[in-house]
Design a protein around this ligand. Structure first.
Ligand SMILES: *Cc1c(COP(=O)(O)O)cnc(C)c1O
Length: 767
């Protein structure tokens, strides 16, 4: 197949050659070879030492072949330079073609190891430059052929045929857009290739997403292999759809399911659609308000029985749950030891569903071994254990397009066979999926396959660790002078594998922190994580999800004398063009994703230092937090940054916000109706709007999810409780905050803020 076309970037080879240690006829031959390559549209990049070559290989991902001079120096005995190039190349990429350039002197020292890593040996003086250039050209094309996954290849090939379209989509490869000015602008913006790849399901040779046939089916099989699943399903409406499909295939009305209370909205919707009766698993929560894992002991057979026994909706106390859903990792990067989860749940459920929307890279770095649903190899999975489902938003932390998601299935006990599963799948899928989304799924998989996944993930982890160490070193230096700085949420000390002693995080070698999971595991009794009584090594913090911690909260959850609410820092960073992932009361989450560029964190540290200076000097907020001074609310016009921080911090103290929040998120409200029953009332308009102050003893029609922490405080069909209700109290405090601090308001799903009053949808009659 020739997938070289005007659509694809030109071919490129790296030539590693040191002319100083060759006679001129050899150098002439190499020059001629380069000319011949260029005439065949193969661009060449040049490096004249091993270091130079390593730098090019690290920075230029478009190189598709390496031509390496076996003799790089007159002074070395054992061709060390060339060997180093081979090593660094193969560490990163096993399959890129490597041609070794030899002159007539030097074939000794070529042992079998070197030969194994090499694809071809060429004697530059023996063959003509055009012949050699031809071989190189074909090797590059063969390599491309190998790395392009099935559907992408089929689409590339299809585009080459330039067929007339007599089917939908009606824009017919983009030509309809050319008939108007706005259409033309749209066409030019995205380019012809995207529009010509937007094809109908009636193009039979591309297969079908709904019956998983042809190149689309091959694409799913390819993804299954890469992610370690027995089966994979490509999804074009996000993991939101994936979660709903899995639940719909596994449970039906009045079945029982176990459900992590820390679950995404799509899980709540799946509960509504299926009519299942959920029993919630309550996750832990620490002094910073970070939501942790559901402890292992809560997953034991006895604990599950007890949870069902105390669930008023689960009236048949002998009925077993069929399905269990767990969020792995959590938003803040807490990951489960999956074999332990399976062992614990084994006696209770036949199917375990890990929502791994934020965690698609886990398989590709040994740091995360056994901490993701598809751990190990499918062939090694004992089939009498529960069936495992996973959902991955490939667009979130792998390089795919928005809406791309993958479902993985590992068949164990009481699995859902493909035919049955597909009924649920088709219920949620469009009959007209966008092919570039499906292509992006398999491209994201190919990018992670083999060595390159480990290379890419190691890069993100390394940058995250460097950032964490840098912040903590600055903090240590400043603290020595009784000054303050931010911190990062991770262990203060890590075990040194050589001495067995503990070394401080900021002094630990980078290589240790990047590769040793023990540096990130939560241990019982360690103070930093704050999850009391957590089982040793059951949970691991993912280094790439970095929570920066504000000063102000002690590890026992009490508030210190002064502190800085994170919302202020986020507002400050935003004015500096830095957008964060998530802000809680006293932490800010930064993601070190695959898209990270080296040293990007330097700008962030810089901005944090600038915040510190502005805070210490109490600079007026009107100059700091707003694009234009007149956007600053009247109430803050004369306030400095420190004044405002103090005022906010005092609010936390006076309202006891942290303690109230803890209660609201650790005690389950009383369920009155299932989410499905509450939804029926909603559809029948059997509901009314109720203000927060009147919420006592009311049952909610829609859920309430405050951000942070972003987990449901009250689910649809649950009762808000009586006069002592922590839920109502918490909402009242947030309501008061929103009035006092305009512009710093809370985002609460399920709550409407009308002129400073919070309203919630409740069922009409109280039950
Ligand atoms: C984002 C997210 C989803 C939904 O994924 P989309 O691809 O955005 O539809 C599901 N679960 C969790 C935990 C998420 O964070």
């Amino acid at each position: 197949m020739d997938i070289r076309s005007e659509r694809i970037i030109s071919l490129k080879a790296l030539i590693v050659h040191n002319s100083a240690c060759h006679v001129s006829v050899v150098n002439d031959s190499i020059s001629n070879l380069i000319n011949a390559l260029n005439s065949k549209d193969v661009a060449t990049v040049y490096a004249d030492s091993a270091d130079d070559a390593a730098a090019v290989l690290n920075n230029d991902e478009t190189i598709e072949l390496v031509l390496l001079d076996w003799v790089m120096s007159d002074s070395e005995q054992n061709n060390e330079s060339a060997k180093r190039v081979i090593q660094s190349l193969r560490r990163k990429n096993q399959s890129i073609p490597l041609f070794l350039l030899l002159d007539n002197r030097q074939a000794e020292n070529l042992n079998h190891e070197i030969m194994r890593e090499t694809d071809e040996l060429i004697w530059v003086q023996e063959d003509t430059p055009f012949f050699l250039a031809g071989r190189i050209h074909s090797a590059i094309l063969a390599y491309r052929d190998k790395i392009v996954p099935p559907l992408t290849r089929a689409i590339f090939e299809f585009a080459e045929k330039y067929e007339y379209s007599w089917h939908t989509p009606g824009h017919a490869g983009g030509t309809a857009f050319m008939k108007s000015a706005v259409g033309r602008a749209f066409h030019d913006y995205f380019g012809e290739n995207l529009l010509r790849s937007d094809l109908s399901i009636s193009v039979g040779e591309l297969g079908s997403l709904l019956d998983h046939s042809g190149p689309i089916g091959d694409s799913e099989k390819f993804c299954a292999r890469v992610f370690g699943a027995d089966r994979a399903y490509t999804v074009t409406n996000g993991s939101s759809m994936s979660n709903r499909v899995i639940m719909m295939s596994s449970v039906a009305r009045d079945d029982y399911a176990l459900c992590d209370r820390n679950a995404h909205k799509s899980t709540e919707q799946a509960l509504t659609m299926t009519g299942v009766i959920p029993t919630y698993l309550m996750p832990s929560r620490n002094y910073l308000g970070i939501i942790g894992p559901v402890y292992a002991r809560q997953l034991s057979g006895d604990a599950v029985k007890e949870a069902i026994a105390s669930n008023p909706l689960a009236t048949d106390k002998n009925k077993k749950p069929l399905h269990s859903i767990i969020t792995n990792s959590t938003y803040d990067g807490l990951t489960y030891h999956v074999p332990t989860v399976i062992k614990q749940l084994n006696s209770s459920v036949d199917r375990i569903h890990f929502d791994e929307a934020w965690y698609g890279y886990a398989r590709f770095n040994p740091l995360y071994a056994e901490r993701f649903g598809m751990y190990g190899e499918p062939d090694d999975y004992p089939r009498d254990l529960p069936t495992i489902f996973t959902t991955t938003s490939t667009h979130k932390l792998l390089a795919a397009l928005s809406q791309a998601s993958l479902i993985g299935v590992r068949d164990g006990r009481n699995s859902v066979p493909h035919e049955r599963f597909n009924e649920a799948y088709m219920m949620h899928a469009s009959t007209s999926p966008l092919y570039p989304i499906i292509m992006a799924n398999e491209v994201s998989a190919e990018m992670m396959r083999g060595q390159s996944g480990q290379h890419l993930t190691t890069e993100s982890i390394t940058e995250a660790v460097r950032f964490r160490q840098a912040v903590r070193r600055i903090r240590r230096e400043l603290q020595e002078n009784d000054d303050w700085f931010f911190s990062t949420w991770n262990a203060d000390f890590v075990p040194d594998p050589e001495s067995g002693k503990k070394i401080s995080f900021e002094d630990a070698p980078l290589s240790l922190l990047v590769t040793d999971p023990r540096c990130w595991e939560l241990r019982e009794g360690d103070i930093w994580h704050g999850f009391k009584g957590i089982e040793d090594s059951y949970c691991m913090l993912d280094p790439i999800k970095v929570s920066v911690v504000m000063p102000g909260v002690a590890t026992d959850g009490s508030l210190e004398n002064a502190g800085i609410p994170a919302a202020l820092v986020t507002a400050f960073l935003s004015q500096k063009g830095i957008q964060v992932e998530k802000t809680t009361d006293f932490t800010i989450l930064f993601l070190f994703s695959l898209g990270i560029t080296k040293g990007k964190y330097g700008t962030l540290i810089n901005a944090l230092l600038k915040f510190k200076d502005a805070y210490d000097n109490n600079i007026p907020v009107k100059h700091l937090l707003y694009a234009h001074e007149d956007e600053c609310p009247e109430a803050f016009k004369n306030k400095g940054l420190k004044d405002l921080a103090n005022e906010m911090f005092l609010f936390f103290k006076e309202t006891d916000l942290i303690k109230v929040q803890e209660k609201a998120f650790t005690i389950l409200p009383k369920p009155v109706l299932t989410p499905a029953e509450a939804y029926i009332r909603l559809v029948h308009n059997d509901i009314e709007t109720v203000s927060v102050d009147d919420l006592y003893n009311r049952t909610l029609a829609t859920g309430v999810v405050p951000y942070p922490p972003g987990i449901p405080m009250i689910m649809p069909g649950e009762n808000a409780g009586d006069k002592d209700s922590p839920y109502i109290k918490y909402l009242q405090i947030l309501q008061l905050w929103d009035r006092r601090f305009p512009g710093f308001g809370h985002d609460i799903h399920g709550v409407e803020n009308k002129n400073g009053v919070y309203y919630v949808q409740c069922l009409k009659e109280s039950i």
